[in-house]
Write a protein that binds this ligand. Sequence first.
Ligand code: SF4
Ligand code: SF4
Length: 303
Amino acid sequence: MNNPLVINIQKCSIHDGPGIRTTIFFKGCPLKCTWCHNPESQKYTKEVLYNQEKCTQCNSCMNNCPNHAIYKENNRIYLHKEKCEFCETCLDYCLNNAREIVGKTYTVNQLVHEIEKDMIFYEESNGGVTLSGGEVMTSDIFFIKQILKSCKDKGIHTTIDTCGFTSFENFKEILPYTDLFLYDVKLIDNEKHLLVTDVDNKLILDNLERLSKEDVSITIRIPLIEGVNVDKDNTEIIKIIQFLLPLNIKHINLLPYHDIGVYKYTKLNKEYYGTEFKAPSEEKLKEISSLFENNHFITKIGG
Ligand code: SF4
Ligand code: SF4
């Protein structure tokens, strides 16, 4: 069993399923959504983040890196990624906390222990744990299953937040221990899907059809982005509704686009290609919400 890397353990989350939750974000995702607001979650390996705004150019990290992985060019600090061994020495030498390593390994017991700490909040709010990412369904599924099973044994509600791009066997493996799936649907048009996520959507939609036949709750989460799936005539939204109508699914969360994660691209020395994307207007959001409601979906704006 491989212990996957964890990016973050978010306590008291209220956007990742019912009640107050602990959300664990696992690192690594097979999709590369152009609008991704967690670019540090895409790679399956550790990464170094560098915050140029905090950096005073003291050179301390560069002078002390045992692998000579850090260099300077035009008053900016860069990393030879292939030389870095994530020893964390540069973090110790940076007095301004301008450097950070994303990706930490935990055992199942350590994660369950973290989850258990907030038991009182789950009980008070009908909350629980949400395993998210990245794409949690592409982490070692037996590791994920053990966390879910342990939580179920302790009476903790379990949610999986997924883009659906994984083998259906992985879903089968965790089904008995999962109370709710938050399942992303971005586009039905496969060409567009490929263009903005880097993967074909056939597997995602096939898995959703199969999952909807199982005895499990599913909430569909749809990012709403002008320039991706929102237009004047609601073409893609209507396609999504038509796809969902025959399935045993009632709950829809509409997630308006935001760009609050764009600053992370600079920290990773990556370019953000979604600058043309926009959130729909309030009026458009209401229009889309009504389209779902008129088709008898229970619709919520937000997570
Ligand atoms: S983590 Fe270690 S190897 Fe990587 S840049 Fe920092 S000091 Fe160098
Ligand atoms: S140690 Fe920190 S402040 Fe100094 S150059 Fe490196 S990143 Fe910048």
